[in-house]
Design a protein around this ligand. Structure first.
Ligand SMILES: [Zn+2]
Length: 391
């Protein structure tokens, strides 16, 4: 059994059914035209899953927070509707620490034969540049946050900066971006570097006091796509005890429209060679991509990849690591580093770095008052103009 891979079924539930789980076509035991349904999960011996709470970049500065909340809600409703299959968990623990029913950990779910279901939020735009939103998403169960999707946030740069399609704005992480990483360490949220620029990867790897993950990224030296991880970063992954979970999307595996299971195994072999057997995992990206390798068409095919690794003389311990144990080790290290007795990060993002004209600026200026001092009025006017990018 194996947890950890990145899966976009919740996004498919939104686009196919507008998140209605009770209509017949949305029945997860018979769901067709997806890479993921309950029989396929069973056939693939999937014991754990990070479900992606994803909302596209065009929601940035608009309804990203609302849509993220709705995707977390649909994941939680999946757990409620199919309790014999899924159990929503928020920690790595087994029976070592007694937990109330709702707080069952990953290892406990394994023992019960249910799919340990975790929430990963895919894209820093989902926090809308707010540490308060970050903390609230943590309380709702978010256990990893991908610092960007395929767009810059006001505080972190995405991979399109490395292709020249986007401009570098934060040179990796801005000062506020560094606060986000520190707060994730303090809370116990895994930092996910899939989709970010190389400068952001390096900045986060340097700053984070806990290991990080790439939830669905492959090896750049085998396929020169900027979504993949270059070898110098793989060496940092090794030094920090971090983890790269290989993406199965053909375009990142072979840099072509076609790919094979064997080529996915090549990526696993390469990451193992450069970063170590403890640094490699399965990233999947099922239901998030349009083209998958021959032999890895849906989540039921994971055992075939395991067979290929064993054929390549991976030891049983190495395979178990890639399937589950490497991610559990990172998750446990992130939990160890977290410290809720530390003071939270409080400094808001500077007003001038916030975008979008429909935004209110409460907190950045004094509330309007009849007794306002002329100086204060000037100060708040300056803030507003800064916010609009006019100064
Ligand atoms: Zn993605």
């Amino acid at each position: 059994m194996s947890p950890g891979r990145h899966n976009d079924l919740p996004w498919r539930l939104l686009t196919m059914f507008n998140n209605r789980l009770q209509i017949e076509r949305a029945n997860l035991t018979s769901l067709a035209n997806t890479h993921t349904n309950i029989p396929k999960l069973r056939a693939g011996f999937v014991g754990g899953q990070f479900w992606s709470a994803y909302t596209p970049c065009d929601t940035q500065n608009k309804d990203a927070v609302k849509r993220t909340l709705e995707q977390i809600d649909v994941i939680q409703r999946m757990c409620q509707m199919y309790p014999e299959t899924f159990v929503c968990v928020t920690n790595s623990a087994g029976a070592r620490r007694p937990q109330p029913a709702l707080l069952t950990g990953v290892r406990q779910a394994f023992r019960e034969g249910r799919v340990a279901s975790l929430v990963g939020v895919e894209g820093g735009h989902s926090i809308d540049s707010s540490l308060g939103v970050l903390r609230t998403l943590y309380r709702l169960g978010m256990r990893y946050l991908t610092l960007t999707h395929s767009c810059n946030t006001p505080w972190a740069d995405n991979w399109l900066v490395d292709t020249g399609e986007d401009k570098a704005e934060s040179q990796g992480l801005s000062h506020f971006g560094q606060s986000v990483v520190k707060e994730m360490n303090r809370l116990g949220v895994i930092i996910d570097l899939a989709h970010v620029s190389v400068a952001t990867m390096k900045a986060a790897l340097r700053l984070s006091t806990a290991p990080v993950i790439f939830s669905h990224s492959s090896a750049y030296s085998l396929c020169q796509h900027r979504r993949n991880v270059p070898d110098d970063v793989l060496r940092l992954v090794n030094q920090t005890g971090s983890l790269v979970m290989v993406n199965f999307y053909n375009d990142y595996v072979s840099c072509r429209q076609e790919a094979t299971l064997s080529q996915v195994a090549d990526h696993l072999d390469h990451i193992k060679k450069v970063a170590g057997a403890g640094a490699v995992g399965f990233g999947g990206d099922f239901d998030g991509v349009s083209r998958l390798p021959v032999g890895l068409e849906d989540v039921s095919k994971y055992p075939d990849l395991v067979a290929e690794l064993l054929r390549r003389r991976w030891t049983e311990a190495e395979v178990r690591g890639a399937l589950a144990n490497n991610l559990l080790r990172v998750f446990e290290a992130v939990e160890q580093v977290s410290d809720h007795t530390q003071s939270p990060e409080e400094e808001p993002i500077p007003a001038a770095q916030l975008q979008a004209s429909c935004r209110t600026m409460y907190g950045y200026s004094e509330a309007p008052s009849l007794h306002r001092q002329p100086g204060a009025l000037l100060a708040s006017l300056t803030t507003v103009l800064l916010g609009l990018g006019l100064l």
